[in-house]
Ligand binder design. Structure first.
Ligand SMILES: [Zn+2]
Length: 455
């Protein structure tokens, strides 16, 4: 157990920033941790501004009626565990699954030469694009939570509001759209989402959309951004909405970096040099973001930080799926034989063990090395990923990351930047850029929107 005197130091530090609710109590010393360093890390962590740029609890809120107020015994985030983990501010994901793109997705399934012809056919006109509506419902979901817990949580749309909320001891809730198809190719909808408080947008999710390519499909659609994509970036700059290049294709990434006049972020991406996944950033991308003045927020997802985990999991899942299908074809639904066969498969394919916290820390350390201390942050993807590292089971465990960074020799200054300082700096820079352009004419949709950029 940690010494009582050391707890007192940490509690005092926490009390200076949070009037309500009561400061979190000093947790037991994690196994293998040095008591003095843990005490220092815990105090630093609870004193520092801690911001997570990507949490997906909104999907639970909207689809399952989840309430962030009480401590939940599953998932990664609620207000109790955020408070314990010193997590001050979160960009809640206004996540629009690719399936909501409806009409567009149907058109993508056809050969490019068919697209223009089909576009005019009334048969396709009835297929609704539910993307913007889904985004609006997500916004309603998180705003309702803030209204339900007014003493513990508040919606914020600026850096100043974020800081004020944290000083008042409240959870600062911000919003970022995940999936650029949410604006349905309409710059007016982009402006309206900004008006509602959305402060970043990933240009794509796993689907190509009206203006940008995603990293997920094998074949590109535009080869990066098209003309509308450049306008989207310009309009986000003008409005003061952070351009988020997580999820985009490499070509879209560099097109967006070339187009933007303000710092960008990767709200939740890890490092490709350590785990070769197209969702992760290369060292060149890290350097480009550093040059741009932006930041890469490291994703905690096991599949993005540990190549072996990703390979083992997908390999086992694929094999299991085949064998499960064979069992379901062979035995009747609900039969004892099917139950026994599925139980045998569970025994033969146990869940793949998550990587240790050290694997995640390696990504942060390498990002610091390549991009520099001013360009790295945290974007956990809590409640959006099936697996997080051992020892980082939920938001309450975040002080361990501070411990690990100090243990790895990082300075207190660097740790504060990673925890939230860098995000705050980027947000202020994007706000200042927008302020400098006040009165400028908004971007408009036009007939050349679908043109590819010259290469
Ligand atoms: Zn994502």
């Amino acid at each position: 157990m940690i010494a009582a005197s050391r707890c007192a130091v940490a509690l005092f530090a926490a009390a200076t920033i949070a009037q309500q609710p009561a400061p979190p109590t000093c947790p037991p010393l994690p196994a293998g941790y040095d008591a003095a360093l843990w005490s220092k890390a815990w105090a630093l962590h609870h004193d520092a501004l801690v911001v997570d740029t990507h949490v997906d609890t909104t999907t639970r809120i909207l689809d399952r009626g989840f309430d962030v107020g009480p401590r939940a015994n599953d998932g990664h985030f609620d207000l109790v565990r955020a408070h314990e983990g010193g997590l001050d501010a979160v960009f809640h994901s206004i996540y629009v699954d690719a399936r909501f793109a409806g009409d567009e997705a149907a058109l993508f399934a056809k050969a490019p030469s068919d697209i223009n012809a089909d576009w005019l056919r009334p048969a396709d006109a009835g297929a609704a694009n539910g993307s913007a509506r889904r985004a609006l419902m997500m916004i309603d979901g998180i705003v309702q939570q803030a209204q339900r817990h007014p003493t513990r949580m508040t919606m914020c749309a600026t850096a100043d509001e974020l800081v004020a909320a944290v000083q008042a001891g409240k959870h600062a809730a911000l919003m970022g759209i995940e999936g650029g198809h949410a604006i349905e190719g309409d710059l007016g909808l982009l402006r309206l989402f900004h008006q509602l408080g959305v402060r970043y947008m990933t240009l794509t999710h796993t689907n190509h959309n009206e203006y940008a390519d995603s990293c997920a499909p094998a074949e590109p659609r535009w080869g990066g951004l098209n003309r509308l994509g450049v306008k989207v970036v310009a309009e986000m700059n003008r409005l003061g909405m952070v351009v988020d290049v997580s999820h985009v294709s490499d070509a879209t990434f560099f097109d967006a970096l070339a187009a933007t006049q303000a710092p960008v972020i990767c709200s939740h991406s890890s490092l490709r040099a350590l785990c070769a996944h197209p969702r992760n950033v290369t060292d060149d991308m890290l350097r480009a973001i550093a040059k741009n003045g932006g930041a890469v927020m490291i994703n905690f997802n096991c599949g993005f930080i540990d190549a072996d985990y990703a390979k083992n999991r997908s390999g086992r899942q694929a094999t299991r799926r085949i064998q499960e299908k064979a069992a379901r074809d062979k035995f009747a639904d609900g039969s004892a034989e099917l139950r026994a066969a599925l139980a045998a498969l569970d025994a033969r394919f146990p869940p793949v063990e998550p990587p240790p916290l050290a694997t995640l820390v390696t990504h942060v350390l390498r990002a610091l090395e390549v991009a520099g201390a001013d360009h790295v942050g945290l974007g956990s993807d809590f409640d959006g990923v099936p697996c997080v590292p051992r020892g980082m089971d939920d938001a309450a465990q975040l002080p361990r990351l501070t411990y690990e960074l100090l243990a790895a020799g990082q300075s207190e200054t660097t740790v504060r930047k990673v925890l939230g300082g860098n995000l705050l700096r980027v947000l202020r820079a994007v706000e200042a850029h927008a302020a400098s352009r006040r009165g400028e004419k908004p971007q408009q949709n036009g007939s050349d929107d679908g043109d590819r950029l010259p290469r």
